[in-house]
Design a binder for this molecule. Structure first.
Ligand SMILES: C[S@@+](CC[C@H](N)C(=O)[O-])C[C@H]1O[C@@H](n2cnc3c(N)ncnc32)[C@H](O)[C@@H]1O
Length: 491
């Protein structure tokens, strides 16, 4: 075993980060979140770091690294783009006995940073010993889809339960058996569904220990009864934008930085969540294809419940909250419960992913209008007017990868010509963005061959042709040997 895995308690310990660029940003956020006393030494800071510095999260020494900067440090991170500086940081850290990591330079690391999944106190660390961090990230992402916020909540219950259970059941073996019964029970499922009170009742049933609030499902009346005397907090339905964390609105970012509770979806980027207060409660309610998910009623109840506690709740939703995001239901639940709610629009993937791929949804002379649909309605319960949709200049289809054959078939059956250009934009605006270009005649085949997968928008219409002219990368791709298609463009 090359590395010995440990979890460090950094609360109050001095940590020094040398460098103020994009790489330092993530390291600083993680150190601050872990409670370290962080000092960043760098002549300048990225916008994100500067914002955190203004919020008092860490100290900043605005100059280049000098020998002596690591005096008293418990941990040091070399994150400049100058290997000489990074190596000098390493040498000083070793001489003062500080743990040191030089980013992306394994021989100069006494410790390496695993890919982390957190759900409250529940932590999963995945490491490839520095050989293939991308693999560790993918494994973590897979786990992220599986393991929701209920794991953190389970640990909160477990922390409450530990002492009373030890008193009630002094025999270690019996207690151990009870813990396994709890872990194997439906408590996690109830927590995932937002049914906290029922989960507590289940814990009481299994352990014989009554925790506060173990009486059963919390009713709306109970929730209302617990309103703080100074009134409920506000729920902000905030559009997080299509993927790139920089595409959230200034209003959305400001609210995110102040929220007590952030309730977020699967497509919301981790970099955005880092903008939340370090003591904010982050609650994952994402819906991964094929995995359990928190039911919509559970999410509505959660928003109302947290606001009833007087908390400022940011409900962070991918794209725009009112575009196929069930934002309307969440807003209505708040209104019905008398909880103030504000909607902060976001850049929808409808416009964000298409623009990022160089595809205008309207263009003088080519497209005078566009329509947006979800392909979920292209199933047996179809209620779209396909004749009208087939006549639209540009059609943008969300959630369209799975039902692409049905969408294509309906458009062709209603008179759209087979040579109409089509593009599938996967992971729009993200570093992993990929565009598959085709026509209505061959898009299903090409999507299959390229392994198209969600999240993706499908764009149908003549403006797809502008992509070559509007994105230099795409223009090069178009003239390149088609067999050498790269990972951003599969033609
Ligand atoms: C439940 S809908 C939510 C839409 C979101 N409210 C919006 O305004 O973008 C999810 C769908 O949005 C699209 N989508 C979201 N993010 C995307 C991205 N980065 N690239 C391409 N499509 C995306 C996909 O069609 C995905 O299946």
């Amino acid at each position: 075993m090359r590395y010995y895995p440990v979890l460090l308690d950094l609360v109050g310990r001095p940590a020094v980060v040398i460098g103020g660029g994009a790489i330092a940003e993530g390291k600083v956020a993680a150190l601050v979140a872990a409670g370290a006393r962080v000092t960043v030494i760098a002549p300048g800071l990225t916008g994100g770091l500067a914002a955190r510095h203004r919020a008092g999260r860490f100290a900043h020494v605005a100059r280049a690294y000098q020998h002596g900067d690591l005096a008293g440090a418990f941990l040091a991170i070399g994150a400049t783009d100058d290997p000489e500086v990074n190596h000098a940081v390493h040498a000083e850290a070793v001489s003062v006995g500080a743990l040191v990591n030089v980013v992306d330079d394994v021989p100069y690391c006494q410790f390496i940073l695993p890919s982390i999944l957190r759900r409250g106190d529940f932590t999963v660390a995945v490491s490839s010993a520095g050989h293939a961090p991308a693999l560790a990230v993918r494994v973590r992402e897979r786990l992220e889809r599986e393991l929701g916020d209920e794991y953190g909540r389970f640990l909160e219950l477990a922390a409450e339960l530990r002492a009373p259970l030890a008193m009630a059941v002094p025999d270690f073996q019996r207690r151990k058996a009870i813990w396994y019964r709890l872990v194997d029970s439906d408590v996690l499922v109830l927590l995932r569904a937002g049914q906290e009170m029922r989960a507590r009742a289940r814990v009481a049933e299994i352990t014989g220990v009554e925790l506060a609030g173990a009486s059963g499902r919390e009713s709306s009346a109970e929730i209302a009864g617990r309103s703080r005397p100074d009134g409920p907090g506000t729920v902000y339905l905030v559009g997080a934008g299509p993927g790139d964390p920089r595409l959230i609105t200034a209003r959305g970012l400001g609210l995110l930085a102040q929220a007590d509770v952030v309730v977020y979806d699967r497509l919301v980027s981790a970099a955005l969540l880092e903008q939340a207060r370090s003591d904010a409660e982050l609650i994952y309610v994402g819906k991964a294809p094929g995995a359990h998910c928190v039911q919509q009623d559970g999410i509505n109840d959660l928003l109302v419940r947290e606001a009833r506690f007087g908390k400022m709740v940011v409900r962070l939703k991918g794209g725009d909250p009112f575009v196929f995001g069930r934002g309307a239901e969440e807003a209505l639940a708040c209104v019905e419960a008398g909880v103030p709610v504000e909607v902060v629009p976001g850049v929808s993937s409808v416009l964000g992913a298409t623009a990022s791929a160089g595809i205008p949804v309207t263009a003088r002379g080519l497209a005078g209008g566009f329509a947006v649909i979800t392909a979920h309605r292209a199933g047996p319960e179809d209620c779209h007017d396909w004749a009208a949709l087939a006549r639209m200049d540009t059609l943008v289809v969300l959630m369209g990868v799975e039902r692409l054959p049905q969408v294509v078939e309906r458009l062709l059956a209603n008179g759209r010509t087979p040579d109409t250009p089509v593009a599938i934009v996967e992971n729009g605006t993200l570093a992993t963005e990929r565009v598959i270009e085709a026509t209505l005649a061959n898009v299903v085949e090409r999507a299959q061959a390229a392994g198209a997968h969600p999240p993706a928008v499908v764009v149908v219409g003549e403006t797809v042709r502008l992509r070559g002219a509007l994105t230099p990368r795409a223009a090069t791709d178009l003239t390149a040997d088609l067999s050498a298609a790269d990972d951003r463009h599969v033609a």
